[in-house]
Write a protein that binds this ligand. Sequence first.
Ligand SMILES: Nc1nc2c(ncn2[C@@H]2O[C@H](COP(=O)(O)OP(=O)(O)OP(=O)(O)O)[C@@H](O)[C@H]2O)c(=O)[nH]1
Ligand SMILES: [Mg+2]
Length: 401
Amino acid sequence: MIKTVSSMKLGIVGKPNVGKTTLFNALTLGSEKTGNYPFTTIEGAEGIAYVKIRCVCSEIGVRDTPVNSVCREGWRFIPIKIVDTAGLVPDAWRGRGLGNQFLSKIMEADAWIHVIDLSGATDMEGNVGEPGEYDPLDDIKFIQRELRMWVRGILEKNYETVERDVKHRKTELGEALYKVLSGLAVRKEAIDNIIETLGLKDLSKLVENLDTFVERLLSEAKPMAIAGNKIDLPHSKENLDRLRSMGIDVHPISAVSEYFLKTLDREGKIRYIPGEPGFDILKPGELTGRERKALSIIREKIFGEWGGTGVQNLIDHVVLDMLGYIAVYPVKDINRLTDGEGRVLPDTYLVPKGTTLRELAYMIHSDLGERIKYGYVYGKTTRVSPDYVLRHRDIVSIQVY
Ligand SMILES: Nc1nc2c(ncn2[C@@H]2O[C@H](COP(=O)(O)OP(=O)(O)OP(=O)(O)O)[C@@H](O)[C@H]2O)c(=O)[nH]1
Ligand SMILES: [Mg+2]
C-alpha cells in the first residue's frame, strides 16, 4: 500500500500542557490557541507540516520551479498532514478528560509524535509546577498504557463480531481482526505477521495473549517518536540523559523557540531556515525589545547548548528514518528536468523505500501505471525497467506505450 504525499499523516499526542499545540503551530505556522493550563485544546486541528530534504537543484545547478512542494536555498520542503489533539489524562481510554474523543482520530495517523515536558514541570494532569518536580518517564509509561488500553477496548467491544466471523462464518482470524481494527489504519499483513509470530492459532490463544498482541500491533502499526519539549527550561538536560541511559530515544525540542523563529522569518525580520543551527537578523530596527531579548536567549540557550530547536529534525526523522520514506522527483523530460509546462523539478513525492518506478507511475496516475513501458533516471545513460527500485532523490521520467 503506497501513501501519496497528501495522505501521509502524523498525529501529535501527549498529556495536557506539554506544548502539543505549540509544536503544531510551529510546524504549520498556524494560530491554534495555546495556554499554560490543561485542556487548552478542545477541538483539535489538522494542518500541513513539511519534511525537509537537500534539494537536487543546487547540485545539478538548475533553478527549479516547485509546484507541489517548496524550495528554499537548496532545501526542498515536502508537505505532509499533521493532527493536533487534546491532552490525554490517565484513564482517557475509559472516557476521562477530552482526549478519548481524539483517540479514534489519531488512530488514522501513520506515526505518532508523543510530546513530553522534558523539564518535568507539569504533573500527569497537566497542572503547572516547577521544572524538576515531576518525572517525564511517567508520561511515557502512561501514554503507552492509554493507547494500549484503547486498542484493547476496541477488541473487547468487538469480541463477539470476531467470534461470530471465525466460528460461524469460517473467516480467517487475521481477516476477522483486520475488519474490526480498520480504524487503526493497520495493514492486514502486519496483523497476520503478529498472529504467526505469536502462534495465535485460534481465538482462545488470542484472548490469552491479548496484551502482547496489542503491544506488538501498536509498535508495528504506529511508530512513535518521543519529543522532549521545553528544553529551554532547567532540568531538561539531566532528564534527557537519564531517559537515554534507560535506552529511551528522546528527541529534545523547543517548540516555542521554533514557532518564534519561524514567525519572525515570515515577517522578514530574520532569516531562519527550519532545522538550521542559527539565524540572521535582517531588520534589526524592526525588532521590538522583547523580540531582541528572546532572540538572544534562543541564540545562547537553544543554539548554543542544543545546536538547534530540534523541531524540523524531528519531523524528518519520523518520516525518513522511522517510516522509511524517500523523496523522488518525477519529470516529463529527463534532459530538461521539466514537466509538460516547462516547469523545472516541479514535484517531489514521498514514497516508501523499495517503491518501484511502476508503483510511482500508479501513484501519479493509474493510467500512467498501466501504460508504463520503461523509464529514465537522471545521471544514468541507459533506460531502466518499470521494476527499477527508486533511490532517495532520484529524478525519473516515465515513458509509456
Ligand atoms: N518553556 C517552554 N514553554 C513551552 C514550550 N512549548 C510550549 N510551551 C508552553 O507550554 C504551555 C502549554 O502549551 P500548549 O501548546 O498549549 O500545550 P498543549 O500540550 O497543546 O496543551 P493542551 O491543549 O492543554 O493539552 C504554554 O504556556 C506554552 O507557551 C517550549 O518549548 N518551552
Ligand atoms: Mg493544545
